[in-house]
Ligand binder design. Structure first.
Ligand code: APR
Ligand code: ZN
Length: 307
Protein backbone atom coordinates (compact mmCIF):
# COMPACT_ATOMS: atom_id res chain seq x y z
CA UNK A 1 0.00 0.00 0.00
CA UNK A 2 1.33 3.42 -0.97
CA UNK A 3 0.98 6.28 1.46
CA UNK A 4 -1.29 6.67 4.42
CA UNK A 5 -4.93 5.89 4.89
CA UNK A 6 -7.31 8.87 4.99
CA UNK A 7 -7.78 8.21 8.72
CA UNK A 8 -4.03 8.50 9.27
CA UNK A 9 -3.78 11.75 7.30
CA UNK A 10 -6.68 13.35 9.16
CA UNK A 11 -5.21 12.34 12.53
CA UNK A 12 -2.03 14.21 11.67
CA UNK A 13 -3.99 17.45 11.61
CA UNK A 14 -5.66 16.99 14.96
CA UNK A 15 -4.66 18.65 18.19
CA UNK A 16 -2.85 17.03 21.00
CA UNK A 17 -4.89 16.98 24.18
CA UNK A 18 -3.98 16.38 27.79
CA UNK A 19 -4.32 12.77 28.90
CA UNK A 20 -5.61 11.41 25.62
CA UNK A 21 -7.60 8.20 25.99
CA UNK A 22 -5.26 6.33 23.69
CA UNK A 23 -2.35 7.10 21.43
CA UNK A 24 -1.96 6.36 17.78
CA UNK A 25 1.38 5.52 16.24
CA UNK A 26 2.89 8.65 14.73
CA UNK A 27 2.79 8.85 11.00
CA UNK A 28 6.30 8.73 9.60
CA UNK A 29 6.54 10.05 6.06
CA UNK A 30 5.15 13.49 6.78
CA UNK A 31 7.35 14.02 9.79
CA UNK A 32 8.72 17.23 8.33
CA UNK A 33 5.60 18.94 9.57
CA UNK A 34 6.57 19.09 13.20
CA UNK A 35 3.76 21.41 14.16
CA UNK A 36 1.21 18.69 13.62
CA UNK A 37 0.66 16.40 16.53
CA UNK A 38 -0.71 12.94 16.21
CA UNK A 39 -2.90 12.38 19.19
CA UNK A 40 -6.60 12.09 19.52
CA UNK A 41 -9.00 14.50 21.10
CA UNK A 42 -10.58 13.79 24.39
CA UNK A 43 -14.30 13.08 24.43
CA UNK A 44 -14.49 14.85 27.73
CA UNK A 45 -13.36 18.19 26.29
CA UNK A 46 -15.64 21.18 26.09
CA UNK A 47 -17.80 21.76 23.09
CA UNK A 48 -19.37 18.34 22.73
CA UNK A 49 -22.82 19.83 23.11
CA UNK A 50 -22.23 21.74 19.90
CA UNK A 51 -23.19 20.30 16.56
CA UNK A 52 -20.68 19.08 14.04
CA UNK A 53 -21.07 21.58 11.22
CA UNK A 54 -20.18 18.97 8.63
CA UNK A 55 -23.12 16.66 9.39
CA UNK A 56 -25.16 18.95 11.69
CA UNK A 57 -25.46 16.20 14.33
CA UNK A 58 -24.33 16.76 17.95
CA UNK A 59 -20.62 16.22 18.51
CA UNK A 60 -21.48 14.13 21.58
CA UNK A 61 -23.29 11.57 19.42
CA UNK A 62 -22.33 9.58 16.36
CA UNK A 63 -21.39 11.11 13.01
CA UNK A 64 -24.31 11.61 10.64
CA UNK A 65 -22.16 10.54 7.73
CA UNK A 66 -23.53 7.33 6.22
CA UNK A 67 -21.55 7.00 2.99
CA UNK A 68 -18.78 4.61 2.03
CA UNK A 69 -15.11 4.78 2.89
CA UNK A 70 -15.32 5.62 6.56
CA UNK A 71 -14.57 2.88 9.04
CA UNK A 72 -15.94 2.52 12.57
CA UNK A 73 -14.32 4.56 15.27
CA UNK A 74 -14.09 4.20 19.04
CA UNK A 75 -16.05 6.58 21.26
CA UNK A 76 -12.72 7.92 22.53
CA UNK A 77 -11.66 9.19 19.15
CA UNK A 78 -15.04 10.11 17.74
CA UNK A 79 -14.35 13.87 17.81
CA UNK A 80 -11.34 15.61 16.30
CA UNK A 81 -10.12 19.11 17.05
CA UNK A 82 -8.07 20.64 14.23
CA UNK A 83 -4.59 21.54 15.43
CA UNK A 84 -4.20 25.12 14.25
CA UNK A 85 -7.68 26.61 14.31
CA UNK A 86 -9.22 24.46 17.05
CA UNK A 87 -12.51 23.81 15.24
CA UNK A 88 -14.08 20.48 16.14
CA UNK A 89 -15.89 17.92 14.03
CA UNK A 90 -16.74 14.24 14.15
CA UNK A 91 -13.57 12.40 13.21
CA UNK A 92 -15.55 10.36 10.68
CA UNK A 93 -16.98 13.54 9.14
CA UNK A 94 -13.44 14.89 8.68
CA UNK A 95 -12.40 11.64 7.03
CA UNK A 96 -15.45 11.73 4.75
CA UNK A 97 -14.71 15.34 3.81
CA UNK A 98 -11.08 14.51 3.20
CA UNK A 99 -12.08 11.61 0.94
CA UNK A 100 -14.39 13.88 -1.04
CA UNK A 101 -11.83 16.60 -1.55
CA UNK A 102 -8.98 14.31 -2.40
CA UNK A 103 -10.19 11.81 -4.93
CA UNK A 104 -7.10 12.87 -6.82
CA UNK A 105 -4.90 11.22 -4.20
CA UNK A 106 -1.39 10.52 -5.33
CA UNK A 107 -1.77 6.78 -5.66
CA UNK A 108 -4.57 7.38 -8.15
CA UNK A 109 -2.52 9.88 -10.08
CA UNK A 110 0.43 7.63 -10.40
CA UNK A 111 -1.55 4.63 -11.58
CA UNK A 112 -2.88 6.69 -14.46
CA UNK A 113 -0.25 7.46 -17.07
CA UNK A 114 -2.27 10.38 -18.42
CA UNK A 115 -2.19 12.15 -15.12
CA UNK A 116 1.61 12.27 -15.07
CA UNK A 117 1.26 14.78 -17.90
CA UNK A 118 -0.70 17.04 -15.64
CA UNK A 119 2.08 19.35 -14.68
CA UNK A 120 3.90 19.73 -17.95
CA UNK A 121 4.91 23.32 -18.13
CA UNK A 122 6.60 25.07 -20.98
CA UNK A 123 8.97 27.67 -19.73
CA UNK A 124 10.27 30.27 -22.13
CA UNK A 125 13.64 31.56 -21.03
CA UNK A 126 13.02 35.22 -21.76
CA UNK A 127 10.40 35.38 -19.04
CA UNK A 128 13.18 34.98 -16.56
CA UNK A 129 13.44 38.51 -15.15
CA UNK A 130 17.19 38.54 -15.74
CA UNK A 131 17.38 37.45 -19.35
CA UNK A 132 14.58 38.83 -21.48
CA UNK A 133 15.91 38.14 -24.91
CA UNK A 134 15.22 34.82 -26.52
CA UNK A 135 12.44 33.02 -28.33
CA UNK A 136 11.83 29.28 -28.35
CA UNK A 137 10.23 27.74 -25.32
CA UNK A 138 12.20 24.90 -23.89
CA UNK A 139 9.96 22.07 -22.90
CA UNK A 140 10.49 20.85 -19.45
CA UNK A 141 8.51 18.00 -17.99
CA UNK A 142 7.77 18.55 -14.39
CA UNK A 143 7.31 15.82 -11.92
CA UNK A 144 3.95 15.77 -10.33
CA UNK A 145 3.55 17.85 -7.23
CA UNK A 146 6.03 16.26 -4.84
CA UNK A 147 4.00 16.96 -1.76
CA UNK A 148 4.12 14.25 0.81
CA UNK A 149 0.92 15.24 2.58
CA UNK A 150 -2.54 15.69 1.18
CA UNK A 151 -4.71 18.48 2.42
CA UNK A 152 -7.72 19.15 4.50
CA UNK A 153 -9.39 22.55 4.76
CA UNK A 154 -11.36 23.57 7.83
CA UNK A 155 -14.91 24.20 6.57
CA UNK A 156 -15.41 26.91 9.19
CA UNK A 157 -12.36 29.16 8.85
CA UNK A 158 -10.70 27.74 5.70
CA UNK A 159 -7.38 27.02 7.39
CA UNK A 160 -5.48 24.62 5.18
CA UNK A 161 -3.80 21.57 6.67
CA UNK A 162 -1.20 20.05 4.40
CA UNK A 163 -0.77 21.22 0.83
CA UNK A 164 -3.95 21.96 -1.07
CA UNK A 165 -4.10 20.51 -4.56
CA UNK A 166 -6.89 20.72 -7.13
CA UNK A 167 -8.20 18.69 -10.05
CA UNK A 168 -6.99 20.73 -13.04
CA UNK A 169 -6.74 18.42 -16.06
CA UNK A 170 -3.49 17.74 -17.94
CA UNK A 171 -2.22 20.59 -20.09
CA UNK A 172 0.47 23.21 -20.58
CA UNK A 173 1.35 26.53 -19.04
CA UNK A 174 3.69 28.75 -20.99
CA UNK A 175 4.79 32.37 -20.54
CA UNK A 176 6.97 35.04 -22.07
CA UNK A 177 7.60 38.77 -21.94
CA UNK A 178 6.01 40.94 -24.60
CA UNK A 179 7.40 44.41 -25.36
CA UNK A 180 4.19 46.37 -24.74
CA UNK A 181 2.79 48.09 -21.69
CA UNK A 182 -0.59 47.32 -20.17
CA UNK A 183 -3.04 50.13 -19.42
CA UNK A 184 -2.19 51.31 -15.92
CA UNK A 185 1.36 49.96 -16.09
CA UNK A 186 3.11 52.39 -18.46
CA UNK A 187 6.59 51.82 -17.06
CA UNK A 188 7.08 48.15 -17.78
CA UNK A 189 6.61 45.50 -20.41
CA UNK A 190 4.09 42.70 -19.95
CA UNK A 191 4.04 39.00 -19.28
CA UNK A 192 1.76 36.85 -21.37
CA UNK A 193 0.77 33.48 -19.97
CA UNK A 194 -0.70 30.93 -22.33
CA UNK A 195 -2.67 28.04 -20.89
CA UNK A 196 -3.58 25.14 -23.08
CA UNK A 197 -5.73 22.28 -21.91
CA UNK A 198 -7.19 19.80 -24.37
CA UNK A 199 -10.52 18.09 -23.84
CA UNK A 200 -10.37 14.64 -22.26
CA UNK A 201 -12.03 12.11 -20.04
CA UNK A 202 -12.79 12.92 -16.42
CA UNK A 203 -10.75 11.15 -13.79
CA UNK A 204 -11.86 9.95 -10.35
CA UNK A 205 -11.19 13.46 -8.98
CA UNK A 206 -13.75 15.07 -11.30
CA UNK A 207 -17.55 15.44 -10.97
CA UNK A 208 -18.42 12.72 -13.49
CA UNK A 209 -15.59 10.17 -13.68
CA UNK A 210 -15.35 8.41 -17.03
CA UNK A 211 -17.40 11.04 -18.82
CA UNK A 212 -15.74 13.38 -21.37
CA UNK A 213 -15.06 17.03 -20.56
CA UNK A 214 -14.86 19.86 -23.08
CA UNK A 215 -12.27 22.65 -23.09
CA UNK A 216 -13.46 25.95 -24.59
CA UNK A 217 -11.48 29.02 -25.54
CA UNK A 218 -8.03 27.42 -25.36
CA UNK A 219 -5.31 28.48 -25.67
CA UNK A 220 -6.31 31.09 -23.09
CA UNK A 221 -4.00 34.13 -23.04
CA UNK A 222 -3.54 36.10 -19.83
CA UNK A 223 -1.53 39.18 -18.95
CA UNK A 224 0.47 40.55 -16.05
CA UNK A 225 2.66 43.63 -15.86
CA UNK A 226 6.34 42.67 -15.96
CA UNK A 227 6.93 44.53 -12.71
CA UNK A 228 8.36 43.17 -9.51
CA UNK A 229 4.90 42.40 -8.17
CA UNK A 230 3.75 40.99 -11.50
CA UNK A 231 6.70 38.60 -11.55
CA UNK A 232 5.92 37.56 -8.00
CA UNK A 233 2.37 36.75 -9.04
CA UNK A 234 3.77 34.74 -11.95
CA UNK A 235 5.99 32.70 -9.63
CA UNK A 236 3.03 31.89 -7.42
CA UNK A 237 0.84 31.04 -10.44
CA UNK A 238 3.49 28.52 -11.48
CA UNK A 239 3.15 26.89 -8.07
CA UNK A 240 -0.65 26.98 -8.42
CA UNK A 241 -0.36 25.30 -11.81
CA UNK A 242 1.82 22.54 -10.40
CA UNK A 243 -0.73 22.01 -7.64
CA UNK A 244 -3.51 21.82 -10.24
CA UNK A 245 -5.31 24.87 -8.86
CA UNK A 246 -5.67 27.19 -11.90
CA UNK A 247 -8.50 25.34 -13.60
CA UNK A 248 -11.10 22.84 -12.58
CA UNK A 249 -13.76 20.75 -14.30
CA UNK A 250 -17.36 21.74 -13.72
CA UNK A 251 -20.14 24.00 -14.95
CA UNK A 252 -19.16 27.31 -16.55
CA UNK A 253 -20.97 30.24 -14.99
CA UNK A 254 -20.48 32.19 -18.22
CA UNK A 255 -21.86 29.64 -20.68
CA UNK A 256 -23.80 27.27 -18.41
CA UNK A 257 -22.07 24.31 -20.02
CA UNK A 258 -21.35 21.41 -17.66
CA UNK A 259 -18.43 18.99 -17.72
CA UNK A 260 -16.08 21.59 -19.07
CA UNK A 261 -12.77 23.17 -18.05
CA UNK A 262 -13.38 26.31 -15.98
CA UNK A 263 -11.26 28.86 -14.18
CA UNK A 264 -10.75 27.98 -10.54
CA UNK A 265 -10.63 30.64 -7.83
CA UNK A 266 -7.64 32.68 -9.01
CA UNK A 267 -8.56 35.57 -11.30
CA UNK A 268 -6.70 36.16 -14.53
CA UNK A 269 -6.75 39.11 -16.93
CA UNK A 270 -7.56 37.84 -20.39
CA UNK A 271 -7.80 41.19 -22.18
CA UNK A 272 -4.72 43.20 -23.05
CA UNK A 273 -5.61 46.67 -24.33
CA UNK A 274 -9.31 46.79 -23.54
CA UNK A 275 -11.67 45.94 -20.73
CA UNK A 276 -14.87 44.72 -22.34
CA UNK A 277 -15.40 41.71 -20.08
CA UNK A 278 -14.21 43.19 -16.79
CA UNK A 279 -11.20 40.89 -17.08
CA UNK A 280 -8.94 43.57 -18.52
CA UNK A 281 -6.78 46.54 -17.52
CA UNK A 282 -6.53 49.00 -15.88
CA UNK A 283 -7.32 47.46 -12.52
CA UNK A 284 -5.12 48.87 -9.76
CA UNK A 285 -6.12 46.24 -7.21
CA UNK A 286 -5.63 43.23 -9.46
CA UNK A 287 -2.22 41.99 -8.33
CA UNK A 288 -3.09 42.28 -4.65
CA UNK A 289 -6.40 40.53 -5.25
CA UNK A 290 -4.63 37.66 -6.99
CA UNK A 291 -2.08 37.38 -4.18
CA UNK A 292 -5.00 37.14 -1.76
CA UNK A 293 -6.74 34.50 -3.88
CA UNK A 294 -3.50 32.52 -4.06
CA UNK A 295 -3.15 32.77 -0.29
CA UNK A 296 -6.65 31.34 0.04
CA UNK A 297 -5.38 28.36 -1.96
CA UNK A 298 -2.48 28.04 0.47
CA UNK A 299 0.13 29.59 -1.85
CA UNK A 300 2.46 32.28 -0.52
CA UNK A 301 5.87 33.68 -1.36
CA UNK A 302 7.59 30.94 0.64
CA UNK A 303 6.17 28.35 -1.73
CA UNK A 304 7.77 30.10 -4.67
CA UNK A 305 11.15 30.13 -2.96
CA UNK A 306 10.98 26.38 -2.35
CA UNK A 307 10.22 25.75 -6.03
N1 APR B 1 -11.50 36.12 -18.45
C1 APR B 1 -11.01 35.88 -17.24
N2 APR B 1 -11.73 35.38 -16.25
C2 APR B 1 -13.02 35.09 -16.49
C3 APR B 1 -13.61 35.31 -17.76
C4 APR B 1 -12.78 35.85 -18.77
N3 APR B 1 -13.24 36.11 -20.00
N4 APR B 1 -14.90 34.93 -17.71
C5 APR B 1 -15.12 34.52 -16.46
N5 APR B 1 -14.00 34.60 -15.71
C6 APR B 1 -13.84 34.29 -14.30
C7 APR B 1 -15.12 34.55 -13.56
O1 APR B 1 -15.11 35.86 -13.04
C8 APR B 1 -15.09 33.55 -12.45
O2 APR B 1 -14.33 34.02 -11.34
O3 APR B 1 -13.62 32.90 -14.16
C9 APR B 1 -14.32 32.40 -13.02
C10 APR B 1 -15.17 31.23 -13.43
O4 APR B 1 -16.07 31.67 -14.41
P1 APR B 1 -16.66 30.66 -15.48
O5 APR B 1 -17.49 31.43 -16.43
O6 APR B 1 -17.28 29.51 -14.79
O7 APR B 1 -15.29 30.20 -16.15
P2 APR B 1 -14.98 29.75 -17.62
O8 APR B 1 -16.13 29.06 -18.23
O9 APR B 1 -13.67 29.05 -17.55
O10 APR B 1 -14.68 31.15 -18.32
C11 APR B 1 -15.45 31.73 -19.27
O11 APR B 1 -13.34 32.87 -19.79
O12 APR B 1 -11.11 32.86 -20.61
C12 APR B 1 -12.48 32.87 -20.93
O13 APR B 1 -12.50 31.60 -22.96
C13 APR B 1 -12.96 31.68 -21.66
O14 APR B 1 -14.89 32.69 -22.55
C14 APR B 1 -14.45 31.85 -21.54
C15 APR B 1 -14.64 32.57 -20.24
ZN1 ZN C 1 -20.20 15.38 12.08
Amino acid sequence: RKGKTPEEVVKKYLQKVKSPPEEVSPASDCSADESVKVLQTNVGSVGLFQDCTICMEPLGGPSGYKGPGVGPVSKAESVGRLAQCGHQYHFQCLVAMYNNGNKDGRSVQYQNQNQVQTCVRVRSPEADPDQKSVEKPCEEERENNPTSCLSLQCPTCKTIYGVKTGNQPAGKMEYHVIPHSLPGHPDCKSIRIIYNIPPGIQGPEHPNPGKPFTARGFPRHCYLPDSEKGRKVLRLLLVAWDRRLIFSVGTSSTTGESDTVIWNEVHHKTEFGSNLTGHGFPDPGHLDNVLEELRAQGITEEDALVE
